[in-house]
Design a protein around this ligand. Sequence first.
Ligand SMILES: Cc1cc2nc3c(=O)[nH]c(=O)nc-3n(C[C@H](O)[C@H](O)[C@H](O)COP(=O)(O)OP(=O)(O)OC[C@H]3O[C@@H](n4cnc5c(N)ncnc54)[C@H](O)[C@@H]3O)c2cc1C
Length: 432
Amino acid sequence: MGGGSTPGSSEKPRNLRIAIVGAGLVGSAAVLALSKLPDVEITAFEKAPAAREAGAWISLTVTGLKVLNKLVPPTEIEEISYRPPDRAVYVTRHWRTGQDLVRRYSSDHIREDTVQARTHREPLLKLLVKHHAEGIVKYGRKVVDVEDGPGGAELYFDDGQTLDGFDLVVAADGIYSSLRRKFWPEHRVAFKGAVAYRNVFPKSLVEGIEGLHDDSSAWRKDGEVVFLSELGLDKYGVVIIRGESEEYASKLKWEHPVGPEDLQRLRDIYKDWDPVISRVLDVVKDIQAYPLDSGPWLRELTRNDRVAFIGDAAHPTAGAYGAGAAMGFGDGWALYRALQATRTREGPVPGRYNVPAALRVFQEARAPFLLRVESQMALDVEDSKFVAAAREDEVEWIRRFKERNPENQWLTEHNVELEVQKAIMGQPRLPA
Ligand SMILES: Cc1cc2nc3c(=O)[nH]c(=O)nc-3n(C[C@H](O)[C@H](O)[C@H](O)COP(=O)(O)OP(=O)(O)OC[C@H]3O[C@@H](n4cnc5c(N)ncnc54)[C@H](O)[C@@H]3O)c2cc1C
């Protein structure tokens, strides 16, 4: 039970004490969402010495934008984003010919400021941090353990310090989450056989390139993809995701430039693809490597009626659907709405939260959707094999590709708010 007073007592409950572990994109958004609750005391602990994100592109799905627009002024998101003129279309192209195979738009009814967009991570994180209350994130604080204590959860830090009395701990510590390892020691994160190569650079470098599109394009060949797009703030981005051997990937370092030799290797690999890709790779001065790890997703998003897992700590997408951060924003929003629904407004003790009930709502609102996304990833692997089997027959390859790429608005436009309302509806007599 949160809020610090015993049921039935008329004493005013103390503030609900929430710790957020990790202040990446998802933890930082959760800080803003949970700060909307009255009578809470929130502290986020981030192991990095300061707010920092990789210089890489990020797609903002409709779902992600709907949440972000509730956390920061929509005009400020507009300022850092890019939407292609043709209603922000995302085009999937044939790897060699550039032929347009699938065009993905946001649904017609979607409001302009939540139509899918692209931006890059640094300005997005800066924007979230700009709206944090002063000092709410404690940087340079690495959490190494969490225990259930008599007065609430206890957090242990790498410098030997312990803080106790937390009513709720939100684990937003990413794919290598130490809190997840504590509760599920058998969960393993391992190299998934692919590397992402990413760079964000001034748009001026690609200006005048013949054949450059003003949309966001993805050229696909069996399991391999090259993305190109303008990203906002006069930046342009390239992302390549391709299978690499474990041996090759082991010499690459996360977020480190690959160097001239390996950049040339990529240029050589893509020289037979749509020529616009080579033209862009020719002006790129370097590219950073991100060897991709993945692991199982959590079935249970909560532990001990006190700990909630959000973002990559719960569901590491490794880039799939360009939606991992957006799903994490949805987690934070769902947690906020779940806590809000369990807070007493009237009666002898107004202002008491019921954390266990909130965590049940959170689990019910998020788990079915997240597990459906995870199962889609497995289906995609099968579809990809089916398409690849026709690689010698281009007409059939294209037919199969289109057939196995149906609309996925159920994912990119998932309605977090509706799912929370349904979960609340399923818990009669909240907030008691
Ligand atoms: C190639 C690629 C492309 C992607 N493209 C997209 C996209 O287009 N759109 C999209 O929405 N998503 C995309 N994603 C997914 C997205 O990047 C992640 O889902 C998102 O960044 C996860 O954010 P997070 O805050 O949960 O985790 P992280 O970003 O990993 O943040 C975790 C934070 O916790 C901190 N931390 C870790 N351990 C501790 C500890 N013990 N104590 C204190 N602090 C700790 C870390 O320092 C870090 O700041 C992509 C991912 C990849 C790999």
